[in-house]
Design a binder for this molecule. Structure first.
Ligand SMILES: [Zn+2]
Length: 477
């Protein structure tokens, strides 16, 4: 059954002040309702003033997504009543948004083997964020809810796609690519809570579309969509009709709930915001184009050719701009393929395991530290296992240097003499296994290598142990 998914992605822009007032946007660690003024509280008589930087950021996003930026923009009032919207309308854009018709390329299989797909961007526009409702309990059981207006008036750029996505997984990959691009532009921080919120339209062949509102995590998007597809399929199977409606995604329970039947555009009574003038933006396009840095796709291409690394590594290293920068710094000082392997395959895994970002990690493990670890490894001072152990220790403790860990944990690898000593001991203690190997039971060798590794407390390279062990046993034949 064909699935069609379209997304409306709302991303908070990293300006210093809100979209229409001078309140600070740095509210994430503050008490509720401490970053507010007459304008973002919607008090009578308060007038909005447009934040120029927010518009420039919005244009940057539109250009990076390959959109056609328009001549001028006009803000509109979108009228609806909700407690998080004290004015009774949201200032947004309608007929005259920043841009139309963009394109984002994604690799739908993820990684190397995936085939490239093009997802069309319908439009990019600016709007203000409403306040935040805090439910005590869950949305359908809460006896009351609280409102925090710190978020009210935050600048959002809304990116609307055509219904080109074919699966929840593609939606997640698209969002990852979008996040990566916005972070490259320096206008967005995906680590901030609620920085990206998504509404998704989903329809199955032959059904009406349902909209799932306000999904606020990247993982949530895939889960919410999967749930919704199953729900719709079950309805169709029972011969029921899928209602055109708006549903809410309950993150903790992983389900979608009906909120209200869908509004239609005319319900919002859009009209131009009379307190703001139309803004001509076309004369800034060239200037802003020049500010756009190298984007993920270009960087990926450059990495593959400049550092002769695999596409898979280039993909993995360029996804997060902070990892890309870290890699380039390390690769300028030491073997670029070795750096790629250790950053893409080992370091990234350790970061995922600890759920910390590269930006946080680089406070505990600098590029100089990383180069030092790889140099010790190359020079045979430590084993691969030792190198991993040092990285783990640095990430967990912070404020320690590789040399200290090598000393305190006794990670310095041992010479072949010491390895041979251990091998002799293991051969003597495990005659049965040695005999097994001699009569062709290959798995006995793995056991013996393991025993030697145990004796040397992991300070020998397994490959070297295996080579010496085989030599020794065979010389005894
Ligand atoms: Zn304000």
């Amino acid at each position: 059954m064909d699935v069609k998914i379209g997304l409306e992605c709302h991303a908070q822009l990293l300006t210093k002040s809100k979209l229409f007032c001078s309140c600070s946007t740095d509210y994430h660690d503050s008490k509720p309702n401490t970053h507010v003024c007459a304008t973002c509280l919607g008090l009578p008589g308060a007038l909005p003033v447009v934040n120029e930087r927010a518009i420039r950021y919005g244009m940057k996003v539109a250009l990076a997504l390959g959109c056609e930026v328009q001549e001028e923009i006009i803000f509109y009032r979108k009228n609806y009543y909700y407690p998080d919207l004290p004015r009774g309308f949201q200032i947004t854009q309608y007929d005259f948004p920043i841009a139309f018709n963009g394109l984002v390329r994604i690799e739908s299989g993820g990684g190397d083997g995936g085939k490239e797909r093009e997802i069309r961007i319908t439009r990019v526009h600016m709007e203000e964020d409403p306040g935040r409702l805090v439910y005590i309990g869950t949305i359908d059981t809460a006896k009351y809810s609280l409102v925090d207006y710190n978020r009210s008036g935050m600048p959002l750029v809304e990116i609307v796609t055509e219904p080109d996505l074919k699966s929840p997984k593609e939606a997640r990959i698209f969002l990852g690519k979008l996040r990566s691009t916005l972070e490259y532009l320096g206008v967005f921080d995906g680590d901030l809570e609620g920085a990206m919120r998504v509404d998704a339209n989903i329809s199955l062949e032959g059904g009406d579309r349902a909209e799932v509102k306000n999904i606020s995590s990247y993982k949530g998007v895939e889960r919410a969509l999967s749930f919704e597809i199953t729900r719709q399929k079950n309805l169709l199977r029972r011969g029921l009709k899928i209602q055109q409606e708006t549903r809410h995604y309950d993150e903790t329970r992983g389900i979608t709930l009906s909120m209200r039947t869908k509004e239609f555009e005319h319900d919002y009574r859009y009209f131009p915001e009379p307190d703001l003038v139309r803004i001509r933006i076309s004369d800034r396009i060239e200037e802003i184009k020049r500010e756009i840095p190298e984007l993920p796709d270009e960087k990926k291409k450059r990495f593959t050719s400049q550092y002769s690394i695999t596409t898979e590594h280039a993909n993995s290293l360029t996804y997060d701009i902070n990892i890309a920068d870290f890699y380039e710094e390390v690769a300028s000082k030491i073997d670029m393929k070795l750096s790629a392997t250790w950053i893409a395959d080992v370091l990234k895994g350790e970061l995922n395991y600890r759920s910390i970002s590269m930006r946080e990690a680089s406070k505990r493990i600098s590029t100089a530290d990383f180069v030092a670890i790889l140099r010790y490894l190359k020079d045979g001072v430590i084993t691969e296992r030792g190198a991993t152990e040092i990285m783990r220790e640095m990430l967990d403790r912070g404020g320690v240097k590789p040399e200290e860990i090598i000393k305190s944990k006794g990670l310095a690898s041992i010479g072949s003499e010491e390895i041979e000593g251990a091998i002799d001991k293991v051969i003597k203690e495990n005659e049965g296994a040695v005999e097994d190997y001699k009569v062709g039971k290959k798995e006995a060798l793995n056991f013996l290598v393991g025993q030697v590794m145990k004796h040397t407390r992991g300070r020998a390279e397994p490959k070297e142990v295996r080579r010496l062990l085989v030599g020794k046993i065979e010389s005894e034949f």
